[in-house]
Each structure stands twice: as structure tokens, then as C-alpha cells.
Design a protein around this ligand. Structure first.
Ligand SMILES: O=C(O)c1ccccc1N[C@@H]1O[C@H](COP(=O)(O)O)[C@@H](O)[C@H]1O
Length: 209
């Protein structure tokens, strides 16, 4: 069954909805973004989260000591590195009890090369948008992935929404899908969009990866 991550959670009701929908991963953005949360608020949110839901911390080019401090304080399960972090930095997080996912922004097929090079727990594929690191609401050309074999878990992100996620899953067959903008209305998470997204994934995503 394909896993679901909903990212950019900021409010108490976001967490209540996540608990109700029983998604697999809850994402908290600690990087520069309109979705950014700070440690104190994140502590309050995480305390409300159902135990079975894994916590993902999203970071962009941040100091490793800061990243480790936040993740240890919150009991984060997965560190999502969404900037220009290299293998050396990735290594510094391995063996500390966190999974590490490295985001790669895709413009064309050549951007996939790094996906084969990183030694990491998961590769997150996102759209490349100039001047932005993530949360863009933009898709990339999924056909680029045709015939590619990845040894890592693939987390598909970038512009997913309830309308396109079924098609994306049948094309890419990822380990997990990750959504932020596509389940928002006027900048805030929308329960009905989240519910529809989850229902679509559960209908189309019955393969194992
Ligand atoms: O969500 C953000 O604001 C964000 C900021 C900086 C880096 C990553 C961010 N989010 C991640 O971006 C992708 C795609 O999001 P979208 O569905 O296209 O809006 C996803 O992995 C988020 O975790």
C-alpha cells in the first residue's frame, strides 16, 4: 500500500484531521516558508499526533546542530533535507536513529543522476522552480522516470493534488506520495481536499514498493 505524507501542518485542526485520516507521515517545515513552524509550536502539535503517524522534519540548508536539536526534541522519525545538502552532511545524520530523505528537484532527466548517487534512506522527487526550494505546487514531467530503477524508496512530491495523484501513482509507482499546496485553500490545509487526496491514493495505490 502506498504511503501518504501530508506536509506543512501548522494548526491544531490540521493535526486532528491527520489523525482522523490516519496518514503515514506528518510533515513540519522548519525552513524559510509561509508554512514554517518553530520549536515551541511544533512541540504542541506533535503532542497531539497519534502515535502511529511518523513525524517528518523538513529543512533547507540549515545548520546540522540545529537540525539534530529540533529532531531530538520532537522525536522526529524522518529528516527531509530539501536544500543543497550533500552526502557528507547526510552522513552526519545517519546512525542517529532518524531516517533521512534527500529531496531532488527535477527539471529534466539529467537531474536524476544524483538520485542514484546519494546513500540515503529515501529520495524525494520534487519539481524544480527557480528561486524556490519546495512547496511550489508545481509538477514535473513524470515520464522522465520511465524505465528508471531506484535502489532507494521514492517519495513523489511536487504539485500533487486529489485530481492528479491517481495518475501520478499509476505512472511512477512510488513508495510514498507527499502533498502540501494541493490540499490547501487560501494557504491553509483544507480537510475536504485532504480527505479526497487520501481516498484517491488508497484507491489507486495498492501496489507494494
Ligand atoms: O512546503 C513548503 O513550504 C516547503 C518549503 C521549503 C522546502 C520544502 C517545502 N515543502 C515540500 O515541498 C514538496 C512539494 O510541495 P507541494 O505539494 O508542491 O506544495 C513537499 O515535499 C513538501 O514537503
Amino acid at each position: 500500500m502506498i504511503r501518504i505524507k501530508i506536509c506543512g501542518l501548522r494548526r491544531k485542526q490540521d493535526i486532528e484531521w491527520i489523525n482522523f485520516l490516519k496518514v503515514d507521515y506528518a510533515g513540519f517545515v522548519f525552513a524559510e516558508s509561509r508554512r514554517r513552524v518553530y520549536l515551541k509550536e511544533a512541540e504542541r502539535l506533535v503532542a497531539l499526533l497519534e502515535k502511529g503517524i511518523k513525524k517528518v522534519g523538513v529543512f533547507v540548508n540549515q545548520n546540522p546542530d540545529f537540525v539534530k536539536g529540533v529532531c531530538s526534541a520532537l522525536g522526529i522519525d524522518v529528516i527531509q533535507l530539501h536544500g543543497d545538502e550533500g552526502q557528507k552532511e547526510i552522513e552526519s545524520y545517519l546512525g542517529l536513529g532518524f531516517e533521512v530523505w534527500k529531496a531532488i528537484r527535477i527539471k529534466d532527466k539529467s537531474d536524476l543522476i544524483s538520485a542514484f548517487e546519494y546513500r540515503v534512506d529515501g529520495i524525494l522527487l520534487d519539481a524544480a522552480v527557480r528561486g524556490m526550494y519546495g512547496g511550489t505546487g508545481r509538477t514535473f514531467n513524470w515520464d522522465i522516470l520511465k524505465g528508471a530503477y531506484f535502489k532507494n524508496k521514492i517519495i513523489l512530491a511536487g504539485g500533487l493534488d486529489p485530481q492528479n495523484v491517481g495518475f501520478a501513482i499509476t505512472k511512477v509507482k512510488p513508495f510514498a506520495v507527499d502533498v502540501s499546496s494541493g490540499v490547501e485553500t487560501e494557504g491553509y490545509k483544507d480537510f475536504f481536499k485532504m480527505k479526497e487526496f487520501v481516498e484517491r491514493v488508497r484507491r489507486f495505490g495498492k501496489h507494494d514498493r
